[in-house]
Ligand binder design. Structure first.
Ligand code: S3P
Length: 178
């Protein structure tokens, strides 16, 4: 696996509200990399919001768009890719990302995630009656997939800036000896 990897990018995975966007932007700034977000790419390609895609076309259609978006990133260089929270559940997406990116997972507990997302409205999976329970259930189901990342970083014990520094450090370690 290691030898077939040409690491030129960083992919940030992790649950909604773990700080992928903020950390990704900071990392991109520090490394002078481009910043891309898979949700934003999907919205630009379809002209629809994520909420509209879930509502009108369904989650399966959204997941197919995610996979297509990941495949299209295969030739990127010097890019920080922020991945939608459910993207790593499709094993093909992780295999694809690992070919060209150091995959870093940002982690937080369900309580911390709830604290961070409760005032936001753009995530269709949390629009149901009991979003706190939904977070606990989804996080438990997704944990084994998130743990397939190259690096796992707990975002609760560090500021966003410290998390970004850690990501940069891990990327430099990984690419220094190549
Ligand atoms: C999702 C996370 C969202 C977005 C969509 C589904 C998920 O991205 O892709 O609402 O399944 O966890 P963020 O993690 O950037 O919020």
């Amino acid at each position: 696996m290691q030898n077939s990897r040409q690491i030129a990018n960083i992919a940030l995975i992790g649950f909604m509200g773990t700080g992928k966007t903020s950390v990704g932007r900071l990392v991109a700034e520090q490394l002078h990399f481009e910043y891309l977000d898979t949700d934003e790419l999907i919205q630009a390609a379809t002209g629809k919001t994520i909420t509209e895609i879930f509502k009108n076309d369904g989650e399966d259609a959204f997941r197919a768009l995610e996979q297509k978006t990941v495949e299209e990133l295969a030739h990127r260089k010097k890019t920080v890719i922020s991945a939608g929270g459910g993207l790593p559940i499709n094993p093909q997406n992780l295999v694809s990302l690992k070919k060209h990116a150091l995959v870093v997972c940002l982690w937080a507990s369900p309580d911390k995630i709830w604290e961070r997302v409760k005032s936001q409205t753009h995530r269709p999976l949390l629009h149901g009656e009991n979003p706190q329970r939904k977070i606990r259930e989804l996080l438990a189901a997704r944990e084994p997939f998130y743990k397939k990342a190259d690096v796992l970083l707990n975002t609760e014990v560090r500021s966003l800036r410290e998390v970004a520094q850690q990501v940069v450090h891990q990327f430099r370690l990984e690419t220094a000896h190549r």
